[in-house]
Design a protein around this ligand. Structure first.
Ligand code: UDH
Ligand code: NGS
Length: 384
């Protein structure tokens, strides 16, 4: 009997305690969802007020400025004397960049978020893992830093066909890497559809031509999907000279295989690309297209820069040779008389069909159809 009473007492205490914790839990959940809804409503109303206020202000003054959206707040972008949007303020009192309350500064030259050397992840993440780890990436694979105005607007262009596993690993690594560099960036997968010979260089030209229709990019990083950067000090930005980014790849024991190599990953500004007429469109199959770009850059008196092999390090994901990307037997001939075609073969002679543009959560996929016969016909007399 005594045992029974003891048991009953203990059960009642347990029940009371569970009810107590359950009620706290429910209260917290209600509180959170009410707060969340209220936050969104208040945010939307304040945004509308700011928008109205902004358009009135701009129309009533002759100030030059534009409206930008940084973390749901509206700021007026002030034009610096040099013409660059160098500081912004959320009210008209932002007249002096030292005023930290009213003005937001450009991101620093060197991002404080860098971590330096970091071994890339080599596993193939599941879609769920990708989604949860990269929930901060905006649709289409876009990101822009918060709290400072990005200095660089970078389109990362990946020539692509049938490498979905590599793509998952690449995305898992590259997004956090680029975020740490405080870039305004977007990832563009330029997919060649069909089974005809792969044309890496032409896909990169297409990536350039299509990405500038989407955002105000000024810097273009051309990147193989199987290369994973190992050090975020290897900045994916453009400077006065073109940069070969993948100078030290594990496959080559972190050494440059030859001085003029320009494949793997490289960064070119819009004006650099325009001044060499982009890549050649004539390289179908594997090899030579990057060497031709090197020749174009030399011809235009550029000097290719590289970070040291302590920083410009990459791990390459291993794979076999694809059927559609066999060695191009014409590549040496094409390289030899390439200089005759620099002006005629490239961005100004691009012909392709966009079959589909897909805005995915972690990247924009642009699927294109390339007709080898048509491409080889353009200005054919220049190289035959
Ligand atoms: N690419 C594809 N699909 C293809 C071919 C190439 O997506 O079918 C893209 C991809 O971004 C790749 C890049 O083009 O990273 C360069 O192609 P590649 O990786 O085939 O060329 P790479 O010179 O490698 O890097 C040649 C590997 C030879 C394998 C030898 C096996 N031991
Ligand atoms: C050269 C190719 C380049 C290529 C480089 C490295 O021989 O296109 O090897 O290739 N040039 C020619 O064939 C003319 S790799 O070993 O990374 O596959 O980028």
């Amino acid at each position: 009997m005594e045992e029974m009473t003891k048991y009953l007492k203990r059960s009642i205490i347990l029940l009371v305690l569970s009810l107590f914790f359950l009620s706290i839990h429910i209260q917290l959940a209600i509180n959170f969802s009410v707060k969340k809804t209220a936050y969104h409503v208040v945010n939307r109303i304040s945004r509308q007020i700011q928008e109205r206020h902004f358009s009135r202000k701009i129309s009533s003054t002759n100030k030059t400025g534009s409206m930008d959206n940084y973390r749901n707040k509206l700021y007026i972008v002030m034009n610096s004397p040099a013409g660059h949007a160098s500081y912004v303020g959320n009210n008209e009192n932002c007249t002096d960049i030292r005023d930290k309350t009213n003005c937001i500064l450009s991101c620093p030259e060197t991002s404080p978020k860098l971590v330096g050397r970091k071994t890339p992840y080599l596993f193939i993440p599941t879609t769920t893992k990708l989604k949860t780890a990269l929930s901060w990436v905006k649709n289409g694979g876009r990101y822009s830093p918060y709290g400072c105005i990005p200095r660089h607007h970078v389109a990362v262009i990946i020539p692509f066909r049938d490498r979905d596993q590599h793509l998952k690993t690449f995305l898992y690594n590259i997004h956090p890497f680029l975020r740490r560099q405080q870039l305004d960036y977007g990832i563009y997968i330029i997919e060649q559809i069909g089974t005809s010979k792969f044309n890496r260089a032409m896909l990169m030209n297409i990536g350039y031509a299509e990405s500038i229709k989407i955002h105000k990019y000024t810097c273009f990083v051309f990147h193989d999907v199987d290369l994973l950067p190992e050090d975020d000090r290897n900045s994916y930005t453009c400077t006065t000279q073109p940069r070969h980014l993948s100078a030290a790849v594990d496959k080559f024991k972190y050494r440059l295989p030859y001085k003029a190599i320009f494949g793997g990953a490289s960064a070119l500004s819009q004006s650099q690309l325009q001044s060499v007429n982009g890549f050649s469109n004539k390289f179908f199959g594997w090899g030579g297209e990057d060497d031709d770009m090197w020749n174009r850059l030399m011809h235009a008196n550029f000097t290719v820069t590289r970070h040291s092999n302590k920083i410009a390090r990459y791990t390459m994901l291993r794979h076999g040779k694809e059927k559609g990307n066999k060695h191009n037997t014409k590549r040496y001939k094409l390289l030899e008389d390439g200089y005759k075609r620099f002006k005629k073969d490239g961005l100004n002679s691009l012909t392709y069909n966009v079959v589909r543009i897909q805005i995915n959560p972690l990247y924009t996929r642009i699927s294109v159809d390339i007709n080898e016969k048509e491409v080889m016909k353009v200005n054919a007399y220049f190289y035959t």
